[in-house]
Design a protein around this ligand. Structure first.
Ligand code: FHN
Length: 448
């Protein structure tokens, strides 16, 4: 019996005797209070990491199509073959504090780590399985705990991505088991064992994450598409989570309302606190909570053969575009099998940090503006101020401003002392000849 369990039994007896010290009551926040930090944060880091980082999307010279985190399915590993990959997972260069430093320096305010992806391998010390980092891999360190603690120390929020799909658990795949991926291809196959997996494995794992790691701020479900997972399960799971941790935030993939990759719920009552557009940004603003998640290249998991890296200019434009429409940007990093971020990711995050350090005032806590999107860029708004993000610097230096705005004062966010005069007659601003920031220059418009 693990030492920990003796302690647990002792506490149980103490509680039964009525002598347990009162657990500090957690103030149950209103929905707006609960969402406040998330709405202010605007920019977070997604981390897809696990044993799939070892092959990096390649097996015997064959490259996995799509995300490298799908290699088990796409390159037809048997469960036994993939367990051998897990048995090699020993990322000795993993340094949670370094990951948090990079995220903070980029201007990111929260981190979402895959606690368990579709391959079923758990990155924490799970009590309900030995297919976890402590028992199935040589690493034997609780990655969820180390990153949660590093985030707390670094003053940023931590959450977990948790897959409903599980290609390793027998009940999650029966009667296909061990042919775990047939259900991916034929969603008409009914798995009578799935309710047992849901009740006896999925829920207990979610509960131990929310109970043993007291800093889980977000639960980011995925895998909602499988036919065996029902909206009744989704609604029950959402309530189950909020009973354990009333102030945690849960995405809409906990239920079945999501309309594909556009990520928002269709008409109807569905559980979940925010919509989840994936690899795309809504065309217009959306007046509810949502977060676009995106990769930097074409893969969520580490994939060295994928060189389709988005430029830091595109990533900064995406951040501004998303916030101008009222959303959050969850930008992904896929660490390698040693526990290191790819240099291409580090470089882009550093460039984003350089920009957010100067212009973060127009992002954090900002919302969509009530004004139509200008042709030259985007508007965000906060506390009676509109921030004009200029993507395309006007050749004549004159920037047309929405005529409905009653402008009191204008200034360059990056250099308040640089004069940018507002001309009432033409409702435009005379700008310096050259853009101070060639990616996005921000002009602060204080309104009457
Ligand atoms: O299948 C997953 C994929 O591996 C990745 O985790 C993304 C990111 O949210 N979600 C699913 C694909 O939509």
């Amino acid at each position: 019996m693990k030492k920990l369990n003796y302690l647990f039994v002792f506490l149980l007896i103490l509680a039964a005797s009525g002598c347990a010290p009162d657990a500090p009551e957690q103030k149950i926040l209103t929905d707006d209070e609960r969402m406040e930090w998330w709405r202010d944060a605007r920019f977070g880091m997604f981390i897809h990491w696990g044993a799939y980082a070892i092959p990096g999307g390649e097996r015997n010279g064959e490259i996995c199509k799509g995300g490298a985190e799908w290699i088990m399915d796409k390159l037809d590993y048997t469960i036994e073959d993939y367990e051998k990959v897990v048995a090699e997972f020993n990322p000795v260069d993993f340094d949670a504090d370094e990951w948090v430093r990079i995220a903070k320096d980029a201007g990111m305010k929260y981190i979402i780590l895959t606690s368990k992806h579709h391959d079923g391998f758990s990155l924490w010390d799970s009590e309900v399985t030995d297919y976890d980092i402590m028992d199935a891999a040589p690493f034997k360190r609780d990655i969820v705990r180390e990153l949660a603690e590093a985030c707390k120390k670094g003053g940023i929020k931590f959450g977990v991505y948790h897959s409903i799909v599980d290609w390793h658990h027998p009940q999650a795949q029966a009667p296909l088991y061990p042919n775990y991926n047939a259900g991916q291809k034929d969603q008409t196959i009914v798995n009578p064992e799935f309710p047992k997996y849901y009740e006896n494995y999925l829920k207990p794992q979610v509960k131990e994450l929310l109970t043993n790691y007291d800093d889980i701020a977000v639960v980011w479900f995925d895998g909602d598409w499988i036919a065996d997972y029902t909206t009744e399960m989704g609604k029950e799971l959402y309530s189950f989570i909020r009973e354990i941790q009333p102030n945690v935030i849960v995405n809409n993939r906990v239920d079945k309302g999501r309309m594909g990759m556009e990520g928002m719920d269709r008409e109807g009552e569905f559980a979940g606190d925010f919509g989840t557009p994936e690899q795309e940004i809504p065309a217009t603003g959306i007046d509810s909570d949502w977060e676009s998640c995106m990769t930097m290249n074409g893969s969520w998991g580490y994939k060295p053969s994928d060189h389709k890296w988005k430029s830091s200019e595109v990533l900064i434009h995406n951040l501004v575009d998303i916030v101008s429409k009222g959303g959050n940007f969850l930008l992904n990093v896929g660490p390698d099998g040693q526990g290191l971020f790819p240099q291409e990711s580090i470089d882009r995050l550093a460039a984003m940090g350089k920009w957010t350090k100067v212009n973060g005032e127009s992002i954090y806590g900002a919302k969509a503006s009530p004004y139509d999107r200008p042709e030259w860029g985007r508007y965000t708004s906060k506390d009676g101020v509109v921030y004009a993000h200029v993507f395309d610097w006007p050749e004549d230096g004159r920037l047309a401003i929405n005529p409905e705005m009653k402008v009191k004062k204008t200034s360059l966010l990056a250099s308040p002392s640089t004069p940018v005069e507002f001309d009432e007659a033409t409702h435009s601003i005379q700008l310096p000849t050259a853009a101070p920031d060639t990616i996005v220059t921000v002009i602060k418009l204080e309104l009457l």
